[in-house]
Design a protein around this ligand. Structure first.
Ligand code: NAD
Ligand code: MG
Length: 331
C-alpha cells in the first residue's frame, strides 16, 4: 500500500514516468513511426495488426513482457476533470484494460486504488508511478480475489486509504483456453468462477455497504457473453453472468442513487491473451476476425470506463458500453 503527498516524490515520480512511458510506448513507437514517449495521441491506423509474433507467458502474464507492448494510453490520454475528486478501486489495474482505466481515471482527477496478483508487482509499479505523476493518490493492494475475506479487506483498505469509495471497477478475470469440456477440470472451473463471478459479487457487496448516492459500479463483460467461443466455455459463461448481474444490481441500487454499468470489450491486446487465454494459433491472427481487422489496444477502451462512471451520465445505469471493433456487442 502506497500513497503520495509531497511534491518531491511527485517530481521523482515524473522522472520515473518519463522512463515508464518511454518503455511502455506502444508498438507503433517501437516500429519507429513516432518518437518514444512523445505526448501525441497514437493514430488508430498505426496500431498493430496481425500476424503477431509467437509468444507465451505463464499466467497471469505481464504487459511489460508482451511484443508488441500494449498501448494503455500512457503517453496519450488527456483528462478534462470528468472524475474530479472521485475515489476509485480497480481490480486488475496493473495491466491491460484495467491499467488503461486506471491511467484515464487518474488523469480525469480521481484517486485510484489498484488490485492485482503479487506476481504482477512489476506491472503494478508502473501504474502506481503513472497515477502519481498526475498528482493523484495511488494505492496498491495486491492479493488473490478468489478469497472472500481478502475481497472484504480489499474494499475496506481501499476505502480507508482513499477516504471513501465512489467507484468500483470489477475488471480482473481469468481466461484459459481449453479445447474440450473434458479438459476443464473442476479446479479450473472453480478458479474461473471464483475470479470472474464470486469476486465481483463479494466486492460489490462490500462496496455497496460503503457507497452513497452518486457512486458507481463498473463491471467488465465481453462480446463472449452473447457469442461464446467453443474453447472458452467456463470463461464465456462468466461474462454473461456479469452482464446479467449488472442489470439486476442497476435496478436494485437505483433507489439508493448508485449506478451500475458494464463495459463489453471485443478482442483486446492484453496479457490475458498471451498467458493461456488464447491458443498460439489464435494469438498470431488475434483480432483478424473483427471488421477492423486488428485487436483493440487498451487505450481505445479507457474512455468507456470513464463514461460508465461519469456523473454527467447520471441517467445511464444498467447500460452496456461496447468496444468490439465492429463485431457486435451483448444485448
Ligand atoms: P489482463 O491480464 O491485463 O487483466 C486481467 C487481470 O486480472 C490481471 O492483470 C490480474 O491482475 C487480474 N486477476 C486475475 N486473476 C486474479 C485473481 N485471482 N486475483 C486478483 N486479480 C486477478 O487482461 P485484460 O484483457 O485487460 O482483462 C481485463 C478484463 O477485460 C477482464 O474482465 C476480461 O474478461 C475482459 N475482456 C478482455 C478481452 C480481451 O480480449 N483482452 C475481451 C473481452 C473482455
Ligand atoms: Mg496483469
Amino acid at each position: 500500500m502506497t500513497d503520495i503527498d509531497s511534491s518531491r516524490r511527485t517530481f521523482v515520480a515524473r522522472a520515473a514516468l518519463a522512463t515508464a512511458a518511454a518503455a511502455a510506448a506502444p508498438a507503433l513507437a517501437q516500429e519507429g513511426q513516432k518518437q518514444p514517449g512523445a505526448p501525441t495521441a497514437p493514430r488508430a491506423a498505426d496500431y498493430p495488426k496481425p500476424p503477431f509474433p509467437v509468444q507465451q507467458q505463464p499466467w497471469p502474464g505481464l504487459a511489460s513482457q508482451m511484443t508488441p507492448r500494449p498501448d494503455h494510453g500512457e503517453t496519450s490520454y488527456k483528462g478534462s476533470g470528468r472524475l474530479a475528486g472521485k475515489r476509485a478501486l480497480i481490480t486488475g489495474g496493473d495491466s491491460g484494460i484495467g491499467r488503461a482505466a486506471a491511467i484515464a481515471y487518474a488523469r480525469e482527477g480521481a484517486d485510484v486504488a489498484i488490485n492485482y496478483l503479487p506476481a504482477e508487482e512489476r506491472d503494478a509499479r508502473e501504474v502506481v508511478e503513472l497515477i502519481r505523476s498526475t498528482g493523484r493518490k495511488a494505492v496498491a493492494i495486491p492479493g488473490d480475489l478468489r478469497d472472500e475475506a481478502f475481497c472484504q479487506r480489499l474494499v475496506e483498505e481501499a476505502a480507508r486509504e482513499l477516504g471513501g469509495l465512489d467507484i468500483l471497477v470489477n475488471n480482473a478475470a481469468r481466461q484459459q483456453t481449453k479445447p474440450a469440456i473434458a479438459n476443464i477440470s473442476s479446479e479450473d472451473f472453480d478458479a474461473t468462477l471464483k475470479t470472474n463471478v464470486y469476486a465481483p459479487f463479494w466486492l460489490t457487496k462490500a462496496a455497496v455497504a460503503r457507497m452513497g448516492p452518486g457512486a458507481v459500479i463498473v463491471n467488465t463483460s465481453s462480446e463472449q457473453a452473447s457469442d461464446p467461443s467453443e474453447d472458452l466455455v467456463d470463461y464465456a459463461l462468466t461474462r454473461a453472468a456479469v452482464l446479467n448481474f449488472t442489470k439486476s444490481m442497476a435496478k436494485q441500487l437505483a433507489p439508493k442513487g448508485i449506478r451500475v454499468n458494464a463495459v463489453a470489450p471485443g478482442p483486446f491486446w492484453t496479457p490475458l491473451q498471451v498467458s493461456g487465454g488464447a491458443t498460439p494459433e489464435k494469438l498470431q491472427k488475434f483480432g483478424s476476425q473483427s471488421p477492423l481487422g486488428r485487436p483493440g489496444q487498451p487505450a481505445e477502451i479507457a474512455s468507456l470506463y470513464v463514461a460508465a462512471a461519469d456523473p454527467a451520465l447520471s441517467y445511464s445505469t444498467g447500460q452496456i458500453f461496447g468496444a468490439t471493433g465492429g463485431g457486435g456487442q451483448p444485448a
